[in-house]
Write a protein of this length. Structure first.
Length: 704
């Protein structure tokens, strides 16, 4: 069974006529489409082929409809270990999977979630058939050739990942704590995604084989292939390349199973609202607040993304007088059975976490009903979401993963069309309704992550295991792979120009790229720059736009570093002139607020605590050992940053932001001549200076 599908995604105001500048609330994103062939294999495997004519790279994503939820009791983390083991699968006398993928010139990875396991590869388009056959063999026999020695090695690799995530950076421990706080005991999400050292020690190779047999079934897998094959040839292409056990027997065809049902509502959070406490290797305490939300890929998930962005922008500019609140970040997490919104609050001391919890929740814009400009902010967020969807769609592997996940969870081969419709249907009332239903103060649950006690026991050593090289074998890149990689080029049609004020402009056309990226970068010489002044400038600088970039779906960012200062805008390709005007205005409207209260009272104390951590001290020592007295060898301290004055910072920024030091790069579906003309119109007003900053000093070779 097969079907041809095509979709177009346009701006919120529809397609724009040639030469027409987008108006306010128009994204300027040009319509784009995908040609799809939906192959339902006799085994029940679903293969969605997306034709990308003329592409120089191709991609594969495969989603298995099983993850940590399917881990047997006491075997938490088994799904993640199986994901690792599949990269060791091999036939007798040949290398393991990962060196075979490497030999194709592929970049690859995988991820295990609660409900799915995803594999993905990006490779030269000329190796499409080989890559499909290689991935097909993995999915047909995930553990072929995996013996006890290989199993032991990979289990220790997973154990090391667990230690890194939970015992070094603590992010994994905090994430797991948030899930346990938000979901009641007995819910599939009330567990550790990666397991524990105890559960890892209990695994056997037979456990892994049983898991694969139960879950790695063809009818539980969706594969998406992005490449340049005529759609009429796709079914034969897929049948010829996939192993018979994976493709299936046409005489005994099985239907593609329906997608899992979506729960009508998320579970109620645990009845106990008391603040949970856990210890992990964090430099300062962290408060993680979570709300369970409806699952699936519906409109609710997009609204949660909007609320996280809106709240993040509110809190970025400082909304708290409490000097214990150092930083607030929000993120939405998607799941089929339920989703979640998480608010991470980094604290400086953590002496009164319950008071901080009440204060943060009270200031959330949906709690008190104080977001008086909600409808206008939702318009901003809709344009932002459409821009990000279009930007992600330019990356073939990101596109393949998004489509595979969407098809696995919804049963629909089309993804970007429905997701765009969901975004466009959101209103301020819909955003408010979701918040009033699910994101209430009484549904918030929190966990306080506290630093480890001073007498905490060090991590247990990882047992010795057989060397990986003897398990997997080694395979150099063959000459044909080098040739394939050399043919992958993305700079065809590049245009270079220099404006009268000395600014260099590079325009790189990317046909079909609906979002254009423009970055104006200024060279900074670390060798002559006073230590830490770039970081002071990054904290102190202020911009005051006459019009909000968000009104036009434009994202805008500024970053000052020791080697480079950048002004970056991403916009719909039809909005390039306006994006460049905003970059130009940004370079001319820089001001300094220094030293500000937020830095003195919150950021500097947190920075000092971070400087005292072993990881930071070790990093500082490594740079010093590598570069010695060269400027690269010294990382600025907070006291060195704080020592700079406002006038010094302003003078330094003025010396850097000069056309002689600058390079503007524009990449997108814009004719190079048009991009250069827009740059000349917007940036010719940028003033010059007596001379450009000198090239950085070479790093001297280290003796010994």
């Amino acid at each position: 069974m097969a079907a041809w599908l095509a979709f177009a995604v346009a701006s919120t105001a529809g397609a724009l006529s040639c030469g027409t500048a987008p108006l306010r609330w128009e994204s300027g994103i040009k319509p784009f489409k995908f040609d799809l062939w939906d192959v339902h294999c006799p085994s029940g495997l679903r293969v969605i082929f997306e034709r990308a004519p003329g592409t120089q790279t191709a991609a594969i994503a495969a989603v298995v409809g099983a993850g940590a939820v399917q881990d047997p009791p006491g075997r938490e983390g088994l799904a993640h270990l199986v994901e690792h083991l599949t990269f060791r699968t091999r036939a007798p006398g040949e290398p393991a999977l990962w060196p075979r993928l490497w030999a194709l010139g592929a970049t690859f990875n995988a991820a295990t979630d609660f409900e799915t396991t995803t594999y993905h590869e990006l490779f030269p388009a000329t190796r499409l058939a080989d890559a499909v056959a290689t991935e097909g063999r993995r999915l047909a026999e995930p553990l072929a050739g995996v013996d006890e020695a290989t199993f032991a090695v990979e289990r220790d690799v997973v154990r090391n990942e667990l230690r890194e995530r939970n015992e070094t950076h603590a992010f994994g421990a905090a994430w797991a704590g948030a899930f346990r706080a938000a979901f009641p005991e007995g819910h599939p999400f009330h567990r550790d995604l990666a397991g524990s050292h105890e559960s890892l020690s209990a695994f056997t190779l037979d456990d892994a084989r049983a898991y694969v047999k139960a879950n790695y079934r063809p009818d539980n897998i969706t594969m998406v292939i992005v490449g340049d094959v005529e759609l009429a040839e796709v079914e034969g292409f897929v049948k010829a390349l996939l192993p018979p056990a994976l493709y299936g027997d046409p005489a005994h065809a099985r239907p593609v199973p329906p997608p899992p049902p979506r729960p009508a509502a998320p579970p109620e959070p645990p009845a106990d609202r008391a603040l949970r406490r856990e210890r992990a290797p964090v430099p300062t305490p962290e408060l993680w607040i979570a709300w369970p939300l409806p699952g699936g890929f519906g409109r609710e998930l997009r609204i949660a993304e909007m609320w996280s962005w809106l709240t993040g922008s509110n809190f970025y500019w400082g909304r708290f007088k409490n000097d214990d609140i150092a930083r607030v970040n929000l993120v939405s997490w998607p799941g089929q059975q339920a989703s979640m919104l998480i608010c991470r609050v980094q604290l400086t001391k953590g002496d009164h976490p319950e008071a901080v919890l009440r204060e943060v929740v009270k200031e959330l814009p949906w709690i008190g009903g104080d977001e008086v400009y909600l409808e206008e902010r939702v318009r901003h967020m809709k344009l932002d979401l459409l821009r990000e969807l279009a930007f992600d769609a330019e990356n073939p592997v990101e596109r393949a993963m998004a489509r595979a996940a969407y098809a696995q969870r919804t049963g629909r081969a089309s993804a970007y069309g429905p997701m765009t419709e969901e975004v466009q249907s959101i209103t301020g009332d819909a955003a408010r309704e979701l918040a009033e239903t699910y994101l209430t103060a009484d549904r918030a649950r929190a966990v306080l992550i506290e630093p480890l006690a001073e007498d905490a026991q060090p991590p247990r050593p990882i047992p010795a295991a057989q060397d990986l090289a003897t398990i997997t074998g080694k395979q150099p890149l063959p000459p044909e792979t080098w040739a394939d990689l050399a043919r992958v080029r993305h700079l065809a049609g590049m245009r270079r120009a220099r404006l009268d004020n000395g600014l260099e402009v590079v325009a790189v056309p990317r046909p079909g790229a609906s979002v254009v990226t423009a970055q104006l970068a200024f060279h900074v010489d670390r060798a002559t720059t006073v230590t830490g002044i770039d970081q002071a400038a990054d904290v102190a600088r202020e911009l005051r736009f006459e019009e909000s970039p968000g009104d036009y779906g434009i994202s805008f960012g500024v970053d000052f570093g020791p080697d480079l200062a950048t002004f970056t805008a991403r916009a719909g390709a039809g909005n390039l002139p306006r994006a460049l005007e905003m970059i130009s205005f940004g370079t001319r409207s820089l001001s300094v607020d220094w030293p500000n209260d937020k830095f003195r009272e919150v950021r500097a104390p947190l920075w000092r605590r971070l400087e005292a951590q072993p990881e930071t001290r070790g990093e500082r020592a490594v740079w010093g050992a590598l570069f010695g007295d060269h400027p690269f060898g010294h990382v600025a301290t907070v006291d060195e940053v704080a020592a700079h004055g406002a006038g010094e910072i302003e003078a330094w920024m003025e010396s850097v932001v000069r056309p002689e030091n600058g390079l503007l790069v524009v990449v997108g579906d814009v004719p190079p001549d048009d991009a250069v003309a827009a740059a000349r119109a917007a940036l010719s007003r940028l003033g010059g200076s007596p001379g450009a900053i000198a090239a950085p000093a070479a790093v001297p070779p280290r003796a010994g």
